[in-house]
Design a protein around this ligand. Sequence first.
Ligand code: BG6
Length: 445
Amino acid sequence: MFNKNFIFGVSTASYQIEGYTKADGRCPSVWDEFTKIKGKIADSTNGDKACESYIKYKEDVEAIAELGVKAYRFSIAWGRVIDENNKPNQKGLDYYIILCKELKKRGITPYVTLYHWDMPVWLDKLGGFLCDDISDYFEHYTDVVTKALNGLVKDYITINEPQCILFAGHRACYHAPGTYYDNKDMLHAIHNLLKCHGKALRAIRKNVKNSTVGFAPCSRPAIPQDPNNKELEKLCYEKYFELTDDEEFANTVSIYSDPVFLGDYPKAYYEVFKDILPKITKEDLELISQPVDYIYQNYYSGNYYDLVDGKLTKLPFHAGFPEGNVDWLQVVPETLYYGPKFLYQRYKKPIIISENGFCNNDVISLDGKVHDPERIDYINRYMLELERVSKEIDVRGYFVWSLLDNFEWSYGLKKRFGLIYIDYRNGNRIKKDSYYWYKDLIKKD
Ligand code: BG6
């Protein structure tokens, strides 16, 4: 049981569901380009068609309404609403205006993500997050969107998963645009990305009455193997926020969240990177750390830790450990206990889980339905942990990833996370068992 104002929601993202990538003057994004490169997408698919939500949005909104959630998190494609001359594209804006009106009509609150990875190619060519004007472009884009959606949207998420944007897109390079950044460039890009967040936040506060704003990082918490060992829990907390100079530093929590919530990069940042720091001014830090309303966080899995010979050690997952059908999705429900708890301890703001969900080999059964007991089990276990932590800290909401099966980035269309199955041959939607389970849960709660 969550409190009565608890927000149950579902989420999606523009490139993953919309399709119609050439409609109404949309300019290409880095994902349109990246998916053309041989070998980048596991099943060689792309988002050209995806779920065709650009025309099937009414059906999707109806499914959200029937589900009973009161919140829908979706993202806006920058390249639909701003053209290559940096001017507003009314046709693109109209799509989101109509979508929001449809949601409002049914009492569903839109939670709008401004950037879920589909950077317009023309901006990427200017340097993307390495371009020092990128935050001005982002502010302008935000200004256009917030004015167009005024009266329809008040809840905004500036940026989804900075970790994936920069680590997956520019270090490991399995995401678009796939251009490698060395450490110096990476720090520069991180700083520019945080300035994008700050300037967007400024524009939202200026244009939207009673706005709520946050950004939505992702992370894998360190989980104490022994829940009764308080010393171990403390070490796990420290591990979770640790910043090192290894290959993965762009994938960590504190390098983004400390500046946003605490007003500065962690101490270790200035020590570890002292020779390659970007230019950071007091004004930048003030911009980045303007007050936000929530800690949004996308959580899927975590790692267990224990003390081995007195040292904090990551434990391997045993053979046959339950997992989804992507290699990073081990079923670790305590993720939704310790993750929010640690974030709250450090940043002291209400928490909303902006994504959580399960990827499975779903099939249409002989009875024409899609049975997905593993997804139900996963969400159930995770929500129980969230409920447990909500007795200790301020947790406000939970969004399932995802409403629909969709284009899962480098995995293509083959990996399915939806509560609703998409038959990609004809675009038909089939509500899975998990959809009905979630519906019942919301009704009961
Ligand atoms: C998150 C993203 O990383 O997890 C989503 O915000 C994404 O956009 C989801 O689809 C699942 O990840 P993946 O890599 O399996 O597509």
